[in-house]
Design a binder for this molecule. Structure first.
Ligand SMILES: [Mg+2]
Length: 94
């Protein structure tokens, strides 16, 4: 299946965010419940950006750029979790 230019742009942004996270935190080998906490935090920030946009609270937290940034962070954390699962699959007996 061919990727559209739009998909390439989005995937590139997610991979750039993955790189940023690795530079900031190093390789992360958390157990799944910890990943859920991290993903939950990012999902919460995305919810906040959506709410701030939809309800127009007049803060700096809503709008296209914030929704986009937080959605990219959610996707990047989910990929980080998947990478961790692959790295630790045998070790964790999965
Ligand atoms: Mg975030």
């Amino acid at each position: 299946m061919a990727m559209s230019e739009q998909q390439k742009t989005i995937i590139d942004a997610i991979l750039a965010e993955r790189e940023r996270q690795d530079k900031k935190w190093g390789e992360q080998n958390h157990v799944p419940p910890i990943w859920l906490g991290i993903l939950g935090e990012e999902f919460g920030e995305l919810c906040q950006a959506v709410n701030e946009t939809g309800f127009n609270y007049g803060t700096e937290l809503g709008g296209y750029e914030n929704m986009k940034r937080e959605a990219i962070q959610v996707a990047a954390v989910a990929i980080g979790f998947l990478e961790c699962l692959e790295r630790n699959r045998e070790k964790w007996g999965l």
